[in-house]
Design a protein around this ligand. Sequence first.
Ligand code: TMP
Length: 215
Amino acid sequence: MKILSRGILISLEGIDGSGKSTLARNLHIHLANQGLDTILTREPGGSALGKKLRTILQEKEVNVCDKAEYLLFAADRAQHFDELVIPALNERKLVISDRMADSSVVYQGYGRGLSIELIQTINTWAMHNIKPDITIYVQVPVEIALQRITKRKEMLSSFERERLDFTQRLIGGFEKLFHQRRDVIIVNGQLPADEVCEQAFDAVIKNIQALNVIS
Ligand code: TMP
């Protein structure tokens, strides 16, 4: 087992259907195979409370307004950091999270139009000022998202049109947010899953070596 001199936090981001969760699972296996003490988690749903919040957020059996929706994601995040992320980092583990704070900035900020500044302030508070060391963005062009949404239908229903606009705003949001961030690795989500993993794995290893944390 390779011992890190401190914990490392990696977040994975991308639109729905980008292949991000498959990459998270594959990356976890590859990094663990390198002898790194690695755990895979996710937002929402990384803690016991988070699993309940995930169900509420996914099923939406009761009306959830945009602000309440964000605050539920933020509650999940606070619990996730308290219960899982911070203890794992303290144990010098490598933590991979399928989504994190940037998802709220993009989905609730750019997507739903809530204040990005406010979201970033609450995220920072919920995360005890901890930021991911590395963020991997699985990039998929609008056309691919469009194909996946419409499933090759020629006419879009009004609901699908709304989703299309929303997805376009999300892609625009991710691009804007990640444009000049040096901690972000961009991988091509159109490639086969094993090639996406290879791209991400090589970049992560390079970044971890640059952080000088492997003794
Ligand atoms: P997942 O399917 O990638 O696990 O994500 C669940 C959904 O929740 C996905 O549509 C993105 C959304 N989401 C937000 O809207 N804001 C957030 O802060 C997070 C973490 C996820």
